[in-house]
Design a binder for this molecule. Structure first.
Ligand SMILES: *Cc1c(COP(=O)(O)O)cnc(C)c1O
Length: 401
């Protein structure tokens, strides 16, 4: 066997090497074209080579690359002001380079809030099964997925895991040590499961009743992906106290943020937290350009239109292939289907036909196309999926491990 490359073997990518991208397409060196319906998992929201963030990056590259939070971060302040103007709960922002770091800041903020109020024993963070919050020590413990914890030593204390969306279990689990509940309004990795709007409101009410903080992880479902800037905005009266974002907000440049209410973040004073690159001028210049595009009402209207069309087309596929498709999953353009055939292999069939997709837990075929796709891109995807499903029909049924 060849020695392979020198990257950690934590991923198992297919052999294609993409050398450029344009809109919803990626190209290999021999100019073979692939329809990108995964966008680096919900990252390239404006597709590839979009002029606005590219111009912002080039312009900033001529000015200054890095300063750190020890100096005035002009772009970061501008971007934070934009987030806070769009989110009624939001007053304060801590910028990060990734989703996991945004979650780390969110969880530290929640614990510090209770600590400063004299509630030192309120440190437990409650999450639901199927949750995914990143791959750092704290975030694998928050997620609680045994596959991601195995081999990495003892589990950290201070995390409570409950069945998905089980309101009664949540009620019963609340105690004097509960600091916060952390939840993805639409579970990504866990299998594209939206938490019903009534559940989000129910969580908000229970948190208010018991003085618990509500933290949303909108790393995957935010940034316009569901047709609102953030997925929780579909549920009126269900605002969080803290929210973590990343992936789409950078559009392909590493950028994340922890966004919080003023009084909740009040204890995060000098010395309590930091990040060398957090609020980096290049990253936040791109973040501003991305935000200015995705926050246009007509942009979000088009996301809603195209995702409705896509859903209708998916319904058609489900009717046509009842032996392949078990049920439709997701919300907006974080969409997919639980399959009866192995989702990872079906993803391979799509790749063979020039379409990039992903998979998620619960044997789900995960699709997260750039938000700039049109009805024509959807038609192209459906045609490829139909061909792939014809072949998948012949496969053995998926058997859960
Ligand atoms: C991807 C993801 C994360 C982790 O983000 P990284 O940038 O990989 O650290 C956290 N939460 C959710 C919901 C995600 O999808």
């Amino acid at each position: 066997m060849a020695k392979g490359d020198h990257l950690y073997n934590t991923y198992a990518p297919p052999p294609q090497e993409f050398v450029r991208g344009e809109g919803a397409y990626l190209y290999t060196a021999d100019d073979k074209k692939y329809l990108d319906f995964i966008a680096g998992i919900s990252v390239n929201c404006l597709g590839h080579n979009h002029p606005a963030p590219k111009a912002a990056l080039k312009e900033q590259a001529d000015k200054v690359w890095h300063l750190s939070g020890m100096f005035q971060l002009t772009n970061a302040k501008e971007l934070a002001a934009k987030y806070c103007a769009a989110l009624p709960f939001a007053d304060k922002v801590f910028f990060t380079n990734s989703g996991a770091e945004a979650l780390e800041c969110a969880m530290k903020t929640a614990r510090k809030y209770h600590f400063d109020r004299g509630d030192e024993d309120r440190y437990d963070i409650i999450t639901f099964s199927g949750a995914f919050h990143g791959r750092t020590f704290a975030t694998i413990n928050a997620g609680g997925n045994p596959n991601y914890l195995k081999g990495f030593g003892p589990s950290l204390p201070g995390f409570v895991h409950l069945p998905f969306g089980d309101h009664e279990a949540f009620k019963a689990a609340i105690s004097e040590t509960t600091a916060a509940i952390l939840v993805e309004p639409v579970q990504g990795e866990g299998g594209l499961r939206p938490l019903p709007e009534v559940c989000l409101r129910g969580l908000r009410e229970l948190c208010d009743e018991h003085g618990i903080l509500l933290i949303y992880d909108e790393v995957q479902c935010g940034a316009g992906r569901t047709g609102k800037l953030f997925a929780h905005q579909w549920a009126e009266g269900a605002e969080p106290d803290i929210m973590a974002v990343a992936k789409g907000v950078g559009g392909g440049f590493p950028l994340g943020a922890c966004i919080a209410r003023e009084d909740v973040a009040a204890g995060m004073v000098p010395g309590t937290h930091g990040s060398t690159y957090g609020g980096n001028p290049l990253a936040t210049a791109v973040g501003i350009a991305v935000w200015d595009e995705i926050s246009k009402p007509e942009f979000l209207d088009q996301v809603v239109r195209v995702s409705n069309f896509l859903k209708q087309q998916f319904e058609g596929l489900k009717d046509e292939f009842p032996d392949v498709v078990e049920e439709l999953r997701g919300k907006g353009l974080l969409c997919g289907m639980k399959l009866k055939k192995p989702a990872k292999e079906v993803r391979g069939l799509l790749l063979d036909r020039g379409m990039l997709g992903g998979s998620a837990g619960d044997n789900v075929l995960r699709l997260a196309p750039p938000l700039i796709i049109t009805e024509d891109h959807v038609r192209e995807a459906i045609a490829i999926m139909r061909e792939a499903f014809e072949e998948a029909r012949e496969m053995e049924d998926f058997v859960p491990a």
